[in-house]
Design a protein around this ligand. Structure first.
Ligand code: 13P
Length: 253
């Protein structure tokens, strides 16, 4: 059992939800105790400052949902890693399937954003996952392998250890259709194997790999008990304080 070698991280992805007032209210309701998992909430840009203030002295960390790959310049509408860092952000989601689907995100831009995040001292949560068509065509492993290799190309072993990978099968996101614990465990184990082939087993054993896709208060314990599932990236259920709390408590540590 190598689970103890890595951090368990439970992260909420609020997506494009909550005004600032609603964000402050939800964070007030979050009761996080115990130290079985690192807890992160990834909120919209406009809520970052509010969230950073609202978590106060608690152990909850703040994450953003995207970051630009350049340091500064003429990139209208974009936000740099240094800007995030300045307001107390510690994590950033990169390459979420919604960004791949709607905003032209590619493995190459995922790689560049991850580089920018690491350079600024942010912890990247790099999302990968297959489409339903790809699972049905039996090319899940090919897709995960490509996304892992290209998204994480060019990083040193020490950098790889700092990166969190979120395995999110696209067909399970927001659909209420969760991967079975076995499917989640198998895919996360496969991704770890891809990293082991490139960087060696010690590095692969140190990387936190989350599962995401309709994780909720009911199914979290079984998913999080899988040897290779080191946490969760939670959408809908992270917007309900009680459910998110239950998921955090289901973490295995
Ligand atoms: P749901 O938990 O709403 O399926 O969303 C998962 C997700 O996309 C987290 O990034």
């Amino acid at each position: 059992m190598n689970k103890g070698l890595r951090k368990t991280v439970i992260a909420g992805n609020w997506k494009m939800n909550k005004t600032r007032a609603e964000a402050a209210e939800l964070i007030k309701q979050l009761a996080v105790d115990g130290d079985k998992a690192d807890v992160v909430i990834c909120v919209p840009y406009t809520n970052l400052q509010t969230a950073a203030e609202a978590v106060g002295g608690s152990s909850v960390k703040i994450g953003a949902q995207n970051v630009h790959y350049e340091k500064s310049g003429a990139f209208t509408g974009e936000i740099s890693a240094d800007m995030l860092k300045e307001i107390g952000v510690e994590y950033v989601i990169i390459g979420h399937s919604e960004r791949r689907q709607y905003f032209g995100e590619t493995d190459e831009t995922v790689n560049r954003r991850t580089r920018a995040a690491l350079n600024a001292g942010l912890i990247p949560i790099v999302c990968i996952g297959e489409l339903l068509d790809e699972r049905e065509a039996n090319i899940t492993e090919e897709v995960l392998s490509r996304q892992t290799k290209l998204g994480l190309a060019g990083f040193t072993a020490d950098e790889i250890k700092k990166i969190i990978i979120a395995y999110e099968p696209v067909w399970a996101i927001g659909t209420g259709k969760t991967a079975t614990a076995a499917q989640a465990g198998e895919a996360c184990g496969f991704i770890r194997g891809v990293i082991a082939k490139i960087h060696g087993k010690d590095v692969a054993d140190a990387v936190t790999i989350q599962y995401g896709g309709s994780m909720n208060a009911k199914n979290a314990a079984e998913l999080l008990a899988q040897e290779d599932v080191d946490g969760g990236l939670i959408g809908g259920a992270s917007l309900i304080a009680e459910d998110f709390g239950t998921i955090i408590n289901a973490a295995q540590g």
